[in-house]
Design a protein around this ligand. Structure first.
Ligand code: AMP
Length: 114
């Protein structure tokens, strides 16, 4: 898999505003937030996209989904609500080829997305 900016963040080679880190995942504020709260939750394992998720990755993904509500609680948006978005590929709007979950909240989000 190609080197990505997220791998550099995981290795601490470029700075990020980290809100959570453990053995399996990391969460940090998006550099160009689309909502008052916009955090990216990423597996430390370099999975390229949703298309590249393997059965072996289920524990990682389960852990990420169990961690997201804790981060939402930590950031004060658990009660008001939030959206979790995963872009995949060109039509999905994926720019960084390292699987990531956008956690968006802090305002009323519109639907459907563009
Ligand atoms: P996507 O378009 O789904 O691939 O989302 C990639 C996200 O990564 C975008 O929302 C970018 O603003 C964000 N991003 C890119 N570089 C950085 C960085 N160095 N630190 C934090 N977020 C970043």
């Amino acid at each position: 898999m190609a080197e990505t900016i997220f791998l550099k963040i995981i290795r601490g080679e470029i700075p990020a505003k980290v809100v959570h880190e453990d053995d399996l995942c990391m969460a940090f504020h998006d550099i160009a937030p689309k909502a008052p709260v916009h955090v990216l939750v990423i597996p430390k394992k370099p999975i390229e996209s949703v298309n590249d998720i393997d059965e072996d990755d289920i524990p990682i993904l389960g852990h990420i989904w169990a961690t997201i509500p804790k981060i939402a609680q930590q950031l004060g948006i658990a009660q008001s609500g939030y959206r979790v978005v995963v872009n995949c590929g060109a039509d999905g709007g994926q720019e960084v080829a390292h699987l990531h979950f956008h956690l968006l909240g802090g305002r009323k989000l519109t639907w459907p997305p563009g």
